[in-house]
Ligand binder design. Structure first.
Ligand SMILES: NC(=O)c1ccc[n+]([C@@H]2O[C@H](COP(=O)([O-])OP(=O)(O)OC[C@H]3O[C@@H](n4cnc5c(N)ncnc54)[C@H](OP(=O)(O)O)[C@@H]3O)[C@@H](O)[C@H]2O)c1
Length: 301
């Protein structure tokens, strides 16, 4: 999802030499393949948008896959970039790296000083390792080449639509869409609906990364949060999505299911100090996402 938003943005801006590899063409967990890619392509700028990514269900079921895959991918890619002529590399951390109970909104200085949420701990530890690798590379070399960013919950075109592995926003769109088609009288959702989450559109993540690839970062502190500054409760999100999808039934909550952390809002002052602002409101973003979703469903994905 984030990778495709980045490619769209670079094409819009008329970049002619954007090199993309799919998972099937280049397995980033394989060191020799990554080495070969860097030797043959010698990229100036790298956006490492590949990884094992998923929602609460996938994270709690497959923690081994999350930590193993992400550690391998990032070690291979960051190490190859370190040895090559790469001028800048963007690495994506995650808001689940922040400790439980961190003050809100969470600033980058609140990282690494408390306990992590249990359901996503394996993924979070791999992401912390990636951020620390970037910081260590920069520190030892006295450079600012490796830029770790922390987007909050991201959504948009090419989001994972699989209910087993997807994130909350895309899962809710699918649930309400299917309930509309089946004429169900109610949709039962996990948890109390009370936790608050901040959603950022993939296109806004891409525009922030684009800015970071060009800005003077010599006196800038890393990592860098990416968020809109506004959060919504899951119950409010559900009502917004029901409206966009046009489902007329009720929303019910299964409070026996886990809520996760009660709030995850990022302080995005660092990226805003460069003049960046998100362009996509949540309501518009959901509408555009649903348009894309309908096309995907029609083409049978
Ligand atoms: N989505 C979010 O809410 C969010 C928030 C914060 C940070 N991030 C981070 O941002 C990055 C991008 O996330 P995303 O949501 O855009 O993920 P995504 O849509 O799931 O895309 C990840 C891509 O990585 C590919 N991939 C997986 N294993 C690979 C391998 N071994 N070699 C090559 N490619 C591989 C996947 O291909 P297949 O599908 O074929 O496996 C997929 O195309 C990740 O690092 C994620 O942790 C995401």
């Amino acid at each position: 999802m984030i990778g495709s938003a980045m490619v769209r943005l670079l094409k819009e801006k008329n970049f002619q030499n954007v090199v993309v590899r799919s998972h099937s063409a280049l397995d980033l967990t394989r060191e020799e393949q990554v080495e070969h890619f860097f030797e043959s392509e010698n990229p100036d700028y790298v956006i490492l948008a590949a990884g094992k990514v998923g929602g609460i269900l996938a994270n709690s079921r497959f923690p081994a896959d999350f930590i193993e895959t992400n550690l391998k991918i990032q070690t291979n890619v960051l190490s190859a970039a370190r040895r090559s002529n790469t001028k800048r590399l963007i690495y994506f951390g995650s808001s689940c790296m922040y400790p439980i109970g961190a003050r809100q909104p969470m600033g980058e200085k609140d990282l690494f000083n408390g306990q992590l949420e249990q359901t996503s701990i394996a993924y979070a530890v791999s992401k912390i390792a990636g951020v620390q690798t970037c910081l260590a590379f920069n520190s030892q070399e006295g450079e600012h080449r490796f830029i770790p960013v922390i987007p909050n919950s991201t959504y948009g075109e090419y989001d994972d639509l699989d209910p087993e592995s997807g994130h909350v926003l895309s899962s809710l769109v699918r649930r309400f869409h299917e309930a509309k088609l089946s004429g169900a009288s109610a949709v039962l959702l996990w948890g109390s609906g009370q936790p608050r989450r901040e959603f950022i559109n993939g296109n806004d993540v891409a525009s922030a990364c684009f800015l970071l690839l060009q800005s003077d970062l010599s006196s800038f502190d890393f990592p860098i949060n990416l968020g809109t500054g506004e959060d919504v409760s899951i119950a409010e999100l559900a009502v917004m999505i029901r409206e966009v999808v046009g489902y007329r039934g009720e929303i019910e909550w299964d409070a026996n299911k886990p809520d996760g952390v009660m709030q995850k809002l990022l302080d995005a002052s660092r990226i805003r100090s460069l003049g960046w602002e998100p362009q996509v409101t949540l309501d518009n973003g959901i509408r555009k996402f649903y348009d894309w979703f309908l096309k995907e469903v029609q083409t049978g994905s």
